[in-house]
Design a protein around this ligand. Structure first.
Ligand code: 5RP
Length: 227
């Protein structure tokens, strides 16, 4: 099976955890795309009813609306039953890096509002230690070069996320700085340090947040219980 087939497998499997009447957080990324397609299909077939989606990016909103899934703004609801999202790396102790698709801020807000969180990944995303995947950090444009320089001085090997020859813009019209750390020994301390840099809006470190992980493997989808 290639990586896309594993992504499709876990994306489709995750829809089994959605029950009629739920408010569902819809993540972002290529794995989530398969989940949203399957959700749209099951709603169309009448297998799932009264589903409301809350999306984590304008991309996912567009896809969900095209499939006829009812979407509400995060400020129109008071809770989310279940959030299903992708991840870029998941360590042995279920800490994660997200934001490879640039949606980390809305993803963290939606995850925070969710009673239960499931990450859907292919097996290549499981790592011993976080950090090989560049850590995304969302920063406001004003003064962002100073933030970048500070990160460089600290040895965090920053690079600007680009979109062609322009800086990538998030849904909130912010920039992303990717930190090429190699290995992250102390994710909690790092998250705390980064979030306290003036100009940083959010980091892609998703710590102690996930309940279950569905992994696409050659032998079929596997569920890992984090907490
Ligand atoms: C987007 C994300 C994605 O969930 C993450 O990048 C995984 O994406 P994919 O399923 O395409 O590998 O955090 O900001």
């Amino acid at each position: 099976m290639n990586q896309n087939e594993l992504k499709a497998q876990t994306g489709q499997e995750s829809v089994k955890y959605i029950k009629s009447g739920m408010i569902v957080g819809l993540g972002t990324g290529s794995t989530v795309r398969y989940m949203v397609d399957e959700l749209g299909k099951q709603i169309k077939e009448g297998k799932l009813t009264d589903i409301v989606g809350v999306t984590t990016s304008s991309r996912t909103s567009k896809q969900a609306k095209e499939l006829g899934i009812t979407i509400k703004d995060i400020d129109e609801i008071d809770h989310i039953d279940l959030c299903i999202d992708g991840a870029d790396e998941i360590s042995d102790d279920f800490q994660g890096i997200k934001g490879g698709g640039g949606a980390l801020l809305w993803e963290k807000i939606v995850a925070n509002a969710s009673d239960k969180k499931i990450w859907i990944v292919d097996q290549s995303k499981l790592v011993h230690k976080l950090g090989a995947f560049p850590l995304p950090v969302e920063v406001i444009p004003f003064g962002s070069q100073l933030v970048f320089d500070r990160m460089e001085k600290k040895g965090y090997k920053p690079s600007w996320r680009m979109d062609g020859d322009k800086k990538f813009l998030t849904d909130e019209k912010n920039y992303i700085i990717d930190l090429h750390l190699g290995e992250i020994d102390h994710p909690m301390e790092l998250a705390d340090e980064l979030i306290h840099m003036v100009g940083v809006v959010e980091t892609g470190l998703f710590l102690n947040r996930v309940n279950d992980v569905i992994v696409g493997t050659e032998e079929g989808p596997k569920i890992l219980h984090a907490r």
